[in-house]
Design a protein around this ligand. Structure first.
Ligand SMILES: Cc1cc2nc3c(=O)[nH]c(=O)nc-3n(C[C@H](O)[C@H](O)[C@H](O)COP(=O)(O)OP(=O)(O)OC[C@H]3O[C@@H](n4cnc5c(N)ncnc54)[C@H](O)[C@@H]3O)c2cc1C
Length: 573
């Protein structure tokens, strides 16, 4: 991977064909597509350099890690006091991928769990890899219900781009022919185990339309030489993906997009480069440069480019745009609509159910699959499934596993004996609910309080509202119903509200739309008011759907690069 360490005395101008801000899921894809089309491309990443294979905990077992993989109470209090409010995110095996809260502070009017890491590869290293297509049920919802603004695209606009990115990424899954989660270009699925298959059959009998299907994930379930010339190997079912995979078996910027981009010879990647703003030139009506502060030297450098792709993640990109103030755009670049920073969404969870599934005790399964089952949305997808008390819906992720029988508090020989016999199948499922785009839910910058890097402090003010609360009750109820249908015993359910951000699907703060007066981006992810700036991360989303969103960011990114290239070729950009 080309890495140019650019140093200069004072202000230096360096010119590229294209600059991509951020090297995570969307930035990696933008860089690969631009490089493949021949653009000399600079990727600016604020975090440290990481190369594929540099995953320090990838081969460690739990007992190799301090404190059986737990971070200490002192460490949590000192460094992860926001991100460890949900107990499971920060552990010894992944803490090096997560920003320390004391080094990267932000403020909250309402609690916002902002889980992120600054390093080359961004959250493509730690992501859960679930990939589900959106459908017209999602793209048409705002218009039909009169909520926020209409999406400027429909499924037909993005479908070929889903095909394109899925073939490259490698998504395992099972075709089901569902209108709410269309089928894709799947590798073979990681199959349901016998308990999950049993659940699929029983649930379907009682609730036709509720489909228990293998989760669709960006893990290579089979070897395919198309995946970066065979450089990516098949999944070993180690279930340690979030640490980084030395086999390149799941999709990340490091294993896939940046590696392919580097092969073109057109990629320069510059880590430790904190983008502060995009500079607007009122004479051309375009952005002229990306202004960076070097994290090591503190030096300020402007990088010029014909095309700028802003892919610094939803919050990161929105902060850069809000900080890009000029005479023409006093409230942030391309923000005449005033919508920049508003309409922030996430999925909400902390609701679900679990139970014991008796029987099948003569069966077992091999390996640690990287995924269990998925139950796509089944509420409000047609007249029959329409609810009067809330709009939109929810999906579930879950699995059935044989745990141990060990009762709490046991020690010594008795414990040893018990843990050597596998317990019964235990089924657990978590509900992921859609959150509506409320103008009042927003992030903004506090220009009177600078962070340690000299950027105005990000402040969050967003919360769940009535529609989300009603949906949650139904989500829990349906989970219990399905476990009952499967024959589970000792069913336990929970509904513990999570703060926005906690699902790590934050989106919507620079939304796409048809009208520049009410949206920031047009249907090509291009800023309505600044034609050479494209924003293709989650900030572009006009609604949140129920599906994990990153495959949609990838499809929109590839589509936007294709469009930008045609505009360049046509002499319009
Ligand atoms: C534990 C976990 C599980 C997840 N599971 C799933 C899942 O199953 N399915 C799914 O679809 N999504 C999942 N996600 C979410 C997914 O990771 C994100 O949607 C995705 O990474 C967003 O891509 P991005 O390119 O917008 O941002 P990121 O991948 O976060 O990359 C943004 C990059 O920009 C850099 N950056 C930020 N600000 C600046 C700046 N000012 N200057 C320069 N660089 C900057 C950051 O350092 C970062 O490297 C999960 C995330 C986590 C953490």
């Amino acid at each position: 991977m080309g890495y140019m360490n650019i140093t200069s005395k004072g202000q230096q101008e360096v010119t590229y064909d294209a600059v991509v801000i951020g090297s995570g899921i969307s930035g990696g894809f933008a860089a690969m597509e631009l490089c493949a089309k021949g653009y000399k491309t600079l990727v600016l990443e604020r975090g440290r350099m990481v190369k594929h294979g540099e995953y320090p905990t990838a081969n460690l077992d739990t007992w190799d890690l301090p404190n059986r993989n737990l971070v200490t109470a002192e460490e949590r209090a000192a460094h992860y006091f926001k991100q460890s409010r949900l107990s499971w995110w920060v552990n010894q095996d992944n803490k090096h991928w997560i920003n320390k809260d004391d080094e990267y502070p932000y403020d909250e009017v309402e609690r916002f769990d902002w889980i992120r890491g600054h390093h080359v590869g961004g959250r493509s290293i730690m992501w859960g890899r679930h990939c589900y297509r959106w459908s017209d049920i999602d793209f048409e919802a705002n218009l039909k219900e009169g909520i926020a603004v209409d999406w400027p695209i429909r499924y037909a606009d993005i479908e070929p781009w889903y095909d394109y990115v899925e073939r490259f990424v490698g998504v395992s899954g099972q075709k089901e022919g569902l209108k709410q989660v269309p089928d894709g270009q799947f590798l073979k699925p990681f199959p349901l185990n016998c308990a999950e298959q049993h659940m699929r059959e029983q649930v379907l009998k009682k609730y036709p339309g509720r489909i228990v299907t293998p989760g669709r994930v960006a893990n290579l379930s089979e070897y395919d030489p198309n995946h970066h010339k065979g450089m990516r190997g098949p999944c070993q079912s180690r279930d340690r993906c979030w640490r980084g995979c030395p086999y390149g078996a799941y999709f990340s910027s490091l294993s896939a997009t940046l590696a392919v981009a580097a092969d073109t010879g057109n990629l320069t990647i510059r880590p430790d480069s904190i983008v502060h703003e995009i500079v607007f030139d009122r004479n051309t009506g375009k952005a002229s440069a990306v202004r960076v502060k070097d994290a090591n030297s503190g030096e300020e450098i402007d990088f010029k480019a014909r095309l700028i792709f802003c892919c610094a993640s939803t919050i990161g990109s929105t902060a850069i745009l809000l900080n890009s103030r000029s005479e023409v755009f006093p409230d942030g670049l391309g923000n005449s609509s005033g919508e920049l920073g508003h309409n922030i969404m996430d999925h909400h969870y902390g609701m679900g159910a679990s139970g014991i599934l008796p029987g099948m005790e003569d069966t077992y399964y091999k390996g640690r699959r990287p995924v269990g089952f998925y139950i796509p949305r089944f509420r409000n997808i047609d007249e029959e499934s329409r609810r009067d008390d809330y709009v939109r819906g929810f999906g579930y992720q879950g699995s059935a596993q044989r745990g141990t029988n060990a009762p709490a508090g046991m020690i010594g020989a008795g414990l040893k004996e018990v843990i050597f016999s596998p317990g019964p199948y235990q089924v657990g499922m978590t509900c992921f609910g859609e959150m509506l785009p409320y103008h009042e839910n927003r992030m903004f910058l506090n220009f009177d309080k600078l962070d340690p890097n000299g950027m105005p402090t990000i402040v969050f003010d967003a919360k769940l509202r009535e529609n989300e609360y009603k949906l949650r009750e139904d989500g829990v109820q349906c989970a219990v119903e399905m476990l009952e249908a499967a024959g589970c015993e000792e069913i336990r359910s929970w509904n513990e509200e999570t703060a926005p951000g906690a699902c790590i699907h934050e989106m919507g703060t620079a939304r796409m739309g048809r009208d520049p007066k009410t949206s920031v981006l047009n249907k090509w992810n291009q800023m309505h008011e600044v034609p050479n700036v494209f924003v293709t991360d989650g900030s572009c989303m006009t609604s949140a759907g129920t599906q994990n969103p990153s495959i949609t960011y990838m499809a929109l990114t590839a589509r936007a690069v294709d469009y930008a290239h045609k505009e360049v070729q046509g002499g319009r950009l």
